[in-house]
Design a protein around this ligand. Structure first.
Ligand code: ADP
Ligand code: ZN
Length: 528
């Protein structure tokens, strides 16, 4: 046993950091947090991914006698986390549903005997472990990924709601809740649901200056991805996020056929394949993981050099966590998102058709709107991101909009043409259509549908030939992002919003990103 129990009472935070981890100094607020919890205070820690949250409870665990119970949803990683601690000479264990009864009994015995310094516990095991925990010498509860308790959040785990009993049944044991998600909304839910009213809140800067953020229109996204890998990140490890399992597999296969060592990862693959792919990603050089958002939480690989999104994330919180997996080592890294009109329509449909009541859908809609506003901003991406987390900052000089500032142009007239087409179809014909049909009308395209619905006789038929099809798709995308248009239902039909009417009445100007102006009159049929 490399951790002599006698010395533990008196070990200072610095000594633990140096002797156990071999690190010379604490980062950011780590020291203040550790001092606070090791003297019995509750804490809520908001720190970006890669900021060093684990040490905030692992160091206190070694400073005091007794065991620190770590509640974590990351069952698949518990074994690795425990192994990593044991390699440092720290006695640790875990209790989750993946264990055999014998393994579990051994951990329980060690826990009761006071032999463990840290014990990881899956939240769904809390109920059955309650009696056991009451007999163990607990010095601290750490609640990792605490945003999982937020019901409107993107990672909600119902079992987390049961964690309030820690406050009720162990009022004398300090608790530290940690998360990389920092909106005011989520923070309030954590405090409320975990009964952390008297906790001190530690908010780190959420800036990750070494990550270059880029958000580009989804035109030929696969080719752009290949160029990103070949030209900017040859041989580098990266993650490519896709929305569906199918596109994960297709993307991985396609990259493989282009000679890139890519692997798929999603919840539909067997457990053994998932852990093999995760293992290879962590241990081998230059693996490109094509994954759904099922991949990544808790993965500590410092040298991920790029994170690419082939589909639009549901929220800024999700986007920030996913991109935050790049460049944990502080070296330059790239985060690229390609998105298009189809993404907006699809996400809106997923919300409309998804589970949950009106309140939940409204919350999801607001998350999507904030994500769209980030995509369409002509200001610094980082300023907008940090603002979302309540942190003010200066333009960064290291994002696409800072590096090549997009200018905006007056898109009021094309917007009016588009909005009035939508309104006329509805008012005069009682018809509602998706973006494709509306754009065909503006371009004056004669098709089977235009004949069937007599669209040639509409006064707006063919009034939009000054823009290309892809430019019109961009206009629709931006009008959606600005809340001037709305998209509804299974078929993604367009509707003019209240704010959109003020454009039609000439009371409001519409500024559009220059990117579209360049595409004006172009002939590219690419769907964006
Ligand atoms: P988070 O959980 O916040 O995403 P981790 O706790 O996994 O971050 O820490 C990220 C990386 O930074 C880890 O490899 C960790 O060992 C390292 N790290 C954390 N704190 C320090 C420190 N004070 N000095 C050196 N490295 C640190
Ligand atoms: Zn910037």
């Amino acid at each position: 046993n490399p951790q002599p129990a006698v010395a533990e009472h008196s070990r200072s935070a610095d000594e633990v950091l140096r002797t156990v981890w071999g690190y010379p100094e604490f980062r950011g607020q780590q020291r203040a947090i550790i001092e606070h919890v090791s003297t019995g205070g509750d804490a809520l820690v908001l720190m970006p991914t890669g900021g060093g949250k684990s040490l905030c409870y692992q160091v206190p665990a070694l400073m005091t006698s007794g065991v620190t119970i770590v509640i974590s949803p990351l069952i698949a990683l518990m074994h690795d986390q425990v192994q990593a601690l044991e390699q440092l000479g720290v006695r640790a264990g875990y209790l989750n549903s993946s264990q055999s009864p014998e393994e579990r009994r051994a951990v329980e015995a060690a826990l009761l005997a006071g032999e463990l310094k840290l014990c990881y516990l899956a939240p769904e095991r809390l109920g059955s472990a309650r009696t056991l925990l009451h007999r163990a010498p607990i010095s601290l509860f750490a609640i990792d990924e605490a945003h999982c308790v937020a019901q409107w959040g993107h990672d909600f785990r119902p079992d987390y709601l049961g964690l309030y009993i820690l406050a009720e049944e162990w009022p004398e044991v300090p608790r530290i809740a940690l998360t990389a998600t920092a909106t005011v909304e989520t923070r309030e839910e954590i405090v409320r649901n975990l009964r952390l009213d008297s906790a001190r809140v530690f908010v780190s800067s959420f800036d990750r200056p070494n990550i270059q953020y880029r958000i580009e229109p989804k035109q030929d996204a696969k080719r752009r991805l290949l160029r990103l890998i070949r030209d900017e990140h040859p041989g580098d490890a990266g993650i490519v996020y896709c929305l569906s399992r199918k596109s994960v597999e297709q993307t991985a296969e396609w990259l493989q056929s282009e000679g890139i060592p890519a692997l798929p990862y999603h919840a539909g693959l067997s457990a053994s394949m998932r852990s093999e792919h995760q293992f290879r990603f962590l241990r081998e050089e230059g693996i490109v993981m094509c994954a759904t958002i099922a991949f990544g939480m808790g993965i500590d690989k410092p040298d991920v050099r790029f994170v690419a999104h082939l589909d639009l994330p549901k929220s800024i919180e999700g986007y920030y966590q996913e991109t935050g997996r790049a460049g944990r080592d502080g070296e330059p890294a790239t985060a690229v998102l390609w998105y298009g009109l189809q993404d907006v329509v699809q996400q809106r449909r997923l919300i409309d058709e998804g589970e949950g009541d009106a309140q939940r859908k409204r919350a999801q809609g607001l998350h999507l709107d904030a994500m769209l506003a980030l995509c369409e901003t002509i200001g610094c991406r980082r300023v907008q991101l940090l603002q979302y987390f309540g942190q003010a900052s200066e333009p960064c000089g290291n994002c696409d909009t800072c590096l090549t500032p997009p200018t905006s142009w007056d898109g009021t007239i094309p917007s009016q043409k588009l909005l009035s087409t939508v309104v006329r179809l509805d008012r005069e014909r009682g018809q509602r259509f998706g973006a494709g049909r509306i754009i065909d009308i503006l371009l004056g395209k004669t098709t089977e549908q235009s004949k069937r619905f007599h669209h040639e006789t509409l006064s707006t038929f063919g009034i939009g030939t000054e823009l290309s099809e892809s430019a019109w798709r961009g206009v629709v995308r931006q009008l959606l992002a600005q809340g001037l248009l709305a998209v509804r239902g299974e078929y993604g039909v367009l509707e003019v919003s209240e704010a959109g009417w003020s454009v039609l009445r000439g009371e409001r100007q519409v500024r559009l990103r220059e990117e579209l102006k360049q595409a004006r009159g172009g002939s590219s049929p690419g769907r964006s």
